[in-house]
Design a protein. Structure first.
Length: 202
């Protein structure tokens, strides 16, 4: 696999109705998504022809920074990107299987999950199984956030991405991702913040 792979975190919290749990809805349907449903002036549902029209109409309707950030993330997200999500202390890796699409049928509107991508859910486990940088990313309130690495000698290095690829391969019992080795000087990104001081003192 030669193309660039990006790493993300996503909070699945929407304005769902009728007691629908948006996380459960996403997991049961193998999707990830967010809301900001589009309507015309009469309150009728609108189905945008593409993501650019969705952004244009969404900006007019909502004037929401959160919407803009989320739709831009879905514009950038590619097939095989990896997205961390969590529910009740359990973390999951989701592998993107599609680009953005819009679905405003009744079920999706109830869950308030209309801007969606298809994914594969892979359960990882509790916080002890997750790298520190991923855990830290969930402290941000944004719906979707890319987890960046750093650049060394003109080369992009992302230990959290490498660790996520490795976990995905282990959990799926595949070698789907070619995983680069993690340089020792970047190893601290693998630990939870409270563990770093102890590691440094060794």
């Amino acid at each position: 696999m030669n193309k660039d792979i990006y790493l993300w975190k996503m909070n699945i919290k929407t304005d769902s109705s009728n007691g629908v749990d948006p996380f459960v809805f996403c997991k049961n349907n193998n999707i990830l998504g967010f809301g900001w449903q589009l309507e015309n002036d009469n309150g009728d549902r609108i189905s945008p022809k593409d993501i650019d029209e969705c952004e244009y109409l969404g900006r007019l309707q909502y004037q929401s920074k959160g919407f803009v950030v989320s739709i831009h993330a879905f514009k950038e997200m590619e097939i095989d990107d990896l997205i961390w999500v969590r529910k009740n202390g359990i973390y999951y890796i989701c592998r993107a299987l599609s680009k953005w699409r819009y679905n405003n049928n009744d079920e999706n509107c109830e869950a308030d999950v209309v801007n969606i991508i298809d994914v594969e859910f892979v359960e990882v486990g509790t916080i002890e199984s997750v790298t520190g940088k991923v855990v830290n990313a969930f402290r941000a309130r944004s719906t979707i956030q890319r987890i960046h690495g750093n650049t060394e000698n003109g080369k992009s290095i992302n230990p959290a991405l490498a660790a996520t690829m490795k976990i995905y391969n282990e959990k799926t019992k595949t070698n789907y991702y070619n995983v680069d080795s993690i340089d020792r000087k970047n190893i601290l990104e693998m630990f939870l913040p409270e563990d770093v001081e102890e590691v440094i003192s060794l």
